[in-house]
Design a protein around this ligand. Sequence first.
Ligand SMILES: NC(=O)c1ccc[n+]([C@@H]2O[C@H](COP(=O)([O-])OP(=O)(O)OC[C@H]3O[C@@H](n4cnc5c(N)ncnc54)[C@H](OP(=O)(O)O)[C@@H]3O)[C@@H](O)[C@H]2O)c1
Length: 347
Amino acid sequence: MSKINALVYDGTGLYIGLKLKSLYFVYFFAICGIIPVLWTAIYCLSNLYMKLAGPVNLKKKYNAKWALVTGASSGIGRELSKVLASQGLSVVLVALADNDKTPPHMSLNTILDELKSTYKGQEFRKIEASFNYGVDYMPAIIDGTKDIDVQLIFNNAGFIVSGFFDTTTLNAQLNNLECNTTSCVKVTHHFLQLLIQKELKGCIMFTSSVSGYFPNPFAIMYGATKAFVSQFAASLAIEVRAKGIDVLAVHPSPVASNFFNSVTHKIDALDMAKKAAVSPATVPKLMLSCVGRSHLGDLGGTAFFMRFFAAILPMDFLTGLISSVAPNLPDYQRNNKNRGSGGKKLD
Ligand SMILES: NC(=O)c1ccc[n+]([C@@H]2O[C@H](COP(=O)([O-])OP(=O)(O)OC[C@H]3O[C@@H](n4cnc5c(N)ncnc54)[C@H](OP(=O)(O)O)[C@@H]3O)[C@@H](O)[C@H]2O)c1
């Protein structure tokens, strides 16, 4: 130590000072490096654990008899209902009534009959409900479940409205908001109160999307609703976990379901996602692997990649970047033709 002091007095202090400063830089970069390494390690290890551990048996874990799935007539909800039935659970299938549907929408009665004939010792019932703005669908759900304890709730119904916000009708946007978020709030509020009153364990899951991590031009309500449900799930999870109730939102990678077939206004980004889409039958296994182990589960390669991307790039920067290039994109130019006073509003 005294040697160093002597060196400083001998005029080599500049050298010692620089050496110390360079050490600060090393510490700084080491800490900066540790954060992403830690983030990646925690993220990858927890996902690996869920993959290896596999789907949770919900009937066993929660000593449950009944599950309820919204959007059960098609895609992820339809396949999820089959997997829940295969675990020995009875299932309430909630979806639009068949007579309100036109192709490509799938039949609620067909899946109900299929489950009834495959799993004879279990009960299955349907509740016809339209999660549209201004429709009071809760009485049908409350009445249809008043004699049973629903311990497993899957808020899965959802769809996307595409096109510029100002070129679509307010009604179309409010219907999207109602189905993707408000219905989830109403359904969750009802069944959560019952679980707490009856001191029952359970699970509440939301089918969200990685779209909630990013700005979603040309489908703004979709990303906003999915950001809402993920945030809602994460906060609610903290309030009820000590009561034995697991709450989580899952973010599937693109799934080849009616979700894409129902898009009325073409968007290139959706076409790209559709090309990478996996079968809906592969999703429930991943969903159930997250139960009790994760609160925001990313399912599949695209979701993992988007999650990394979102962690690296600040949303503000990304919004600035996209807004400066967006007017040159074909999606923007195509949809831009419908804007202004002469433009026709699209549903
Ligand atoms: N597909 C994807 O790439 C993807 C990716 C991430 C997240 N998600 C989310 O996954 C969930 C399920 O979508 P999916 O891919 O399985 O699509 P899907 O095959 O179109 O299924 C959506 C379900 O929601 C129902 N639904 C739609 N609008 C409704 C309304 N107003 N009221 C009541 N029910 C309504 C549908 O009924 P009808 O068939 O009768 O319309 C259907 O049962 C959605 O929340 C979606 O946002 C999908």
